[in-house]
Write a protein that binds this ligand. Sequence first.
Ligand code: PMP
Length: 353
Amino acid sequence: MNLGELVVYHRGAFMPYREATLGLLTHALQYGTGCFEGMRAFWNAGDEQLYVFEPLPHFKRLRRSGNVLLMDLKQSDEELTEITLELCRRNGFRTDVYLRPLLYKSEEAFGVRLDGIGDDLAIVAFPNSKYLETDDGLNLCVSSWRRVDDNAMPARAKITGSYVNVAFAKSEARLNGFDDAIVLSDDGHVSEMSAANVFVIRDGVATTPDLSQNLLEGITRKIVTRCLSEAGIRVESRAIDRTELYSADEIVVCGTGVGIAWAKSLDHRTIGTGALGPVAKRLSAFYDDVTRGRVRHPEIDVRPVYPLLPRGERAAAHVDERIAKLPHAETNLAGRGDGEAEQQPVPARTLAI
Ligand code: PMP
């Protein structure tokens, strides 16, 4: 990836990546006082359209994380969504994209605290289709690290500094030959994977750790819960023991980065048959369909990036405009296609497992 070619949004303007610089004493860099989101946009080659997936819940969560850190987002969730769509247009993406909004204490101020420090917003978007190679299933371990407690470092808020906690777990897992780690909360119950939420499928019931287990309230977790319920699968949210994982028929992990993935093994124990199970399979298919705009669900928001020009003229039209608009061209947020004119999405369907 050539970062120099990217257009980013920083301090209220679009600019080349290399112009969005920070000073060494930036508070967030020194003390981890920022919060962020991980969002995705999915390319649909048939539609020649890029769909930003569930932008509003991500900005809502960013706002809540910011509130925990005594920061306010100036723009509304809808305005932030428009900025995101415009950012994708200016980059002329015709591929899957990862989006990283960051709200951070931007003052070059000395002293560890949260109050009275200025902040800024940046959004970086870059081509990216896979966070983790997941097709063959994941070999997981239970980490020796515990998840940070809500009264020490709230996992509910996506705080930059708190990602050191899951980085400990992830690196320990990788260095020991695993793909990733499941982290337990301090009381010994399952919390989450390093960057994904966990569902245990056992005897036809799906169980996921409840929100008191120091986990990020995942947007994909919510979608998976809804889809399973619509498919008639009971979803329980409660404390889960480590050995419930060992005796699962399937372990499904889900998150924006990882999408829908499944565990082949955990701590060297085979999970279920060790092969892709029916629940993970159907959830993956459903997720792929909704993220790429092939299937519309009334509760799931996908926003087309490009105006709906005749097929073939769509995304390409924006690539040439992108450099001309740099660095601080007026924000043209009006050009978002509303996706209704030409799109003929499959009506909402439930997940039949
Ligand atoms: N837990 C953690 C620690 C994460 O970083 C993520 C990724 N954002 C998730 C869970 C999954 O959350 P979401 O589905 O909102 O991406």
